[in-house]
Design a protein around this ligand. Structure first.
Ligand code: ZN
Length: 114
């Protein structure tokens, strides 16, 4: 009887392969268990981690975070909470905030006046 061999598929995203020695590590490993290779996180992975942390924050931790968050962090916060993009604009309080945010987004000067 011939059995149909299916390719080995790693279960979900919970495993990753070391690019150096091809050892299979758990996805949360920071270094390869076999050769010690240091796994670098992609920007997406780092953002994902921040978003998960943000989702676990309580109200006070969130306020603390927002008090001195960068625009990039504000955008991550909006993503974590499922807010729409305009939410960030409501966080801008002073004219300088608007100007800085415009610069961050690459908008033209005076964008907020329209
Ligand atoms: Zn390795």
């Amino acid at each position: 009887m011939i059995q149909c061999l299916s390719p080995v598929v790693f279960e979900g995203p919970s495993l990753k392969e070391c690019p150096k020695c091809y050892f299979i590590n758990s996805n949360t490993a920071k270094n390869c268990k076999k050769c010690g290779f240091e796994f670098k996180k992609t920007k997406e992975e780092e953002e994902e981690e921040i978003i998960i942390q943000l989702q676990q924050m309580n109200k006070w931790q969130s306020l603390d975070f927002l008090a001195d968050a960068t625009f990039e962090e504000l955008e991550l916060y909006a993503r974590a909470k499922g807010y729409n993009k305009n939410w960030i604009k409501h966080q801008l309080k002073t004219e300088q905030d608007f100007i800085d945010y415009g610069k961050y987004k690459g908008y033209k000067n005076g964008w907020h006046k329209y």
